[in-house]
Design a protein around this ligand. Structure first.
Ligand code: NAP
Length: 260
């Protein structure tokens, strides 16, 4: 159960090997989170993330192998994560306080020309998360409480030439999550959308940093602070809210020519 400050005792992370998710789990486990379920596609990387969570203070850590290209399997994967929380959570209530959705793959120019690449980006970044969140919302509603935190992106606020396949997936996911949040009013379950800008993680390795570039730790600080609030949308860093209020209104001819 989330305490008065929004700090959870248990979390399911979809994208459990994500750098941003790792920084969030570090912070939550340093507080009072003791049960962590990490879902990811690679058992070895999952084991490393699990060891990191234990080092941060988690007492019960479960790893669930899931592949986000398997969209029809998303609901069953989420059920396995909740079951794992129940199994390892014997010392707590076995419930899930927070579901953090950190799955995603960035697209590049090659995706524009390759239908299979584009479909993979759309599946992993949009379709699988939509199906997974839908099932998670139903399971949390059965509990009567819980928070779903969805890592969206400023890339979806106004889609850019450089990564429009990814941006379009984030735009869809962001809209879906906000709509779901409205639909869940009164159930005890809430949805929080987080819109980071450019974050230095393995996803952006080797890429030139964009203005207002930030770190996984800084995004995690925003996420953890946000858990204590009912805000439906968080920006990381927060200044991006004002920046995008302006950028969203730029004429298309200028927007198209922006570098990146
Ligand atoms: N970095 C940024 O600039 C930035 C900005 C805005 C939003 N975000 C969003 O923040 C979230 C976390 O990103 P990050 O920066 O922490 O990058 P990251 O470390 O690459 O995290 C992405 C996560 O998605 C997982 N994933 C990718 N394909 C998968 C698949 N087929 N099946 C299962 N899992 C899969 C990755 O697993 P593996 O470890 O196995 O690859 C990883 O856990 C993503 O949704 C991303 O779109 C990132």
């Amino acid at each position: 159960m989330l305490d008065a400050f929004g700090q959870p005792q248990s979390i399911v992370v979809l994208g459990g090997t994500s750098d941003i998710a790792g920084a969030v789990v570090d912070r939550l486990c340093a507080r009072r989170c003791r049960t962590v379920v990490l879902a990811g596609r690679d058992a070895e990387r999952l084991a490393e993330s699990a060891a990191r969570a234990e080092e941060a203070g988690a007492e019960r850590v479960a790893q669930v192998v899931v592949d986000a290209t398997d969209v029809p399997g998303a609901a069953a994967s989420v059920e396995r994560c909740f079951a794992a929380a129940g199994d390892v959570g014997a010392g707590g209530d076995g419930n899930v306080d927070v579901v953090l959705v950190a799955v995603g793959v960035l697209s590049g120019r090659e995706d524009e020309l390759d239908a299979a690449h584009a479909a993979r980006v759309a599946a992993v970044t949009y379709a699988w998360p939509v199906a997974a969140i839908t099932r998670a919302a139903a399971l949390l509603a059965e509990q009567g409480y819980g928070r779903i935190v969805v890592l969206s992106s400023v890339a979806g606020v106004r889609v850019r030439r450089a990564n429009f396949v990814y941006g379009s997936a984030k735009a869809g996911l962001d809209a879906f999550a906000r709509g779901l949040g409205d639909a869940l009013q009164g159930t005890g379950v809430s949805v929080q959308v987080v819109r980071p800008g450019f974050v230095r993680t393995k996803m952006t390795e080797g890429m030139p940093a964009a203005p207002f570039a930030t770190t996984a730790d800084a995004v995690a600080d925003v996420v953890v602070a946000g858990l204590g609030t009912p805000a439906s949308v968080l920006w990381a860093p927060p200044v991006l809210r004002a920046v995008f209020a302006v950028l969203s209104r730029l004429p298309a001819a200028i927007w198209r020519r922006l570098p990146g």
